[in-house]
Ligand binder design. Structure first.
Ligand code: BGC
Ligand code: ZN
Length: 366
């Protein structure tokens, strides 16, 4: 079958090649599920991997199949699979279990192992190909009504984990009732975080670089959140205008912003969620005494979040269903740039990060 593969560590190594077909017997005890891939979304992680800055091959392989945002349809199930049936639509979880305690209780997103296993990213092949075989526990069933937007589930799961972490941390407060959230960044993750927080009834202010109006600011405002441009309204002005926030969700990819946001945007007892995977080497000077004092006197918390496990994918399905019911057609507007067929992969990479682009995805099969 065809696949988009890379040689991790080598810049611009992406290429279309033939790789062996998977077999349903790759999973033992008749527990294999053969999935035909329909769509695969791309993001900054894929771009970094193709730039040679990130990514690891599976053991025994000299290449890595790219792609971690999948959507597909079950073709065949092994004799011992009861959870899924041919014709079901599914999204695969990205991370697979390693060996730490957390991996053993199906929370590989919290692994303490030195290495981690992620489809299309680290040590496991990805989904920019035609078929894959997986165990049922790594597959999430997508309702028929979400077929058109199912490819958004993986980035949504990342958002869901971040938000659930904020709520977990805030159990320390016994009576936490968040009313206001700020989302920093208005890319796919920022827009989806805005959606998930609006679904929970919060007032949301979403900050992006670009001046409104443009698609992302319109999407944010269409679901009752406020969009502000940080070019025109720097963080202190945001706090002056809207007050401080119970939750700040950081998804800009620009790490220097977090220090300012902590002092200026985050209210007393607030929690800030950091979700950007920043591969760079930026350094900034910070007012450390003031920052520390503000954190201590304000009982503030900050939590990092990566990846997602089954419960976050399932929360993502519920939030996508709520969004589809509450704002019909809204999710589809995020799917701005379909690219038809695996052989058009170069076009998909060119589109990543270009103006007007929210989600680039490859339509692998119809
Ligand atoms: C993926 C996550 C993954 C993270 C770190 C993101 O692009 O969506 O699933 O855990 O990269 O590799
Ligand atoms: Zn990703």
């Amino acid at each position: 079958m065809k696949a988009i593969i890379v040689t991790p560590g080598t810049p611009n190594s992406a290429r279309l090649e033939e790789i062996p077909d998977p077999s349903i017997d790759d999973v033992p005890y008749g527990r294999g599920v053969l999935v035909k891939i329909l769509r695969v979304g791309l993001d900054g992680t894929d771009k970094e991997i193709n730039a040679g800055q990130y990514g690891t091959t599976p053991e025994g392989s000299d290449y890595l199949v790219l792609g971690h945002e999948s959507f597909g349809v079950v073709r065949e199930v092994g004799p011992s699979v009861t959870e899924l049936a041919p014709g079901d639509h599914v999204v695969a979880r990205v991370r697979r279990a390693g060996s730490s305690l957390y991996d053993r209780i199906d929370m590989p997103d919290f692994t303490t192992d030195a290495t981690y296993f992620e489809h299309g990213i680290s040590r496991v092949h990805g989904f920019l190909t035609e078929f894959y075989v997986e165990e049922p526990r790594y597959l999430i069933k997508i309702p028929q009504s979400l077929k058109e937007v199912g490819v958004l589930l993986e980035p949504t799961s990342v958002v869901e984990k971040g938000i659930s972490q904020a709520y977990e941390v805030q159990r320390r407060l016994k009576v936490w009732q968040p009313g206001r959230a700020a989302v920093l960044g208005a890319g796919t993750i920022g827009v989806l975080a805005t959606m998930a927080l609006r679904n929970r009834g919060l007032e949301v202010v979403t900050a992006g670089l670009q001046e409104p109006p443009y698609l992302n600011s319109e999407l944010v405002e269409a679901i009752g959140a406020r969009y502000v441009s940080t070019e025109r309204t720097p963080l202190p002005r945001i706090a002056e205008t809207f007050g401080q926030f119970d939750i700040v969700f950081e998804a800009t990819g620009f790490s220097p912003l977090i220090f300012e946001a902590l002092c200026v945007l985050l209210g007393k007892n607030g929690v800030m969620v950091l979700s950007s995977v920043t591969g760079g080497s930026r350094r900034v000077e910070v007012a450390s005494d003031a920052l520390n004092l503000d954190f201590v006197l304000g009982n503030k918390a900050m939590v990092g979040t990566v990846n997602a496990n089954r419960e976050h994918f399932e929360a993502g399905v519920r939030d996508l269903a709520i969004a589809e019911a509450e704002y019909p057609g809204w999710l589809r507007r995020l799917l701005t740039h379909p690219v038809h067929g695996l052989d058009q992969w170069e076009k998909a990479f060119e589109l990543l990060g270009a103006p007007g682009v929210i989600k680039v995805f490859v339509e692998v099969a119809g």
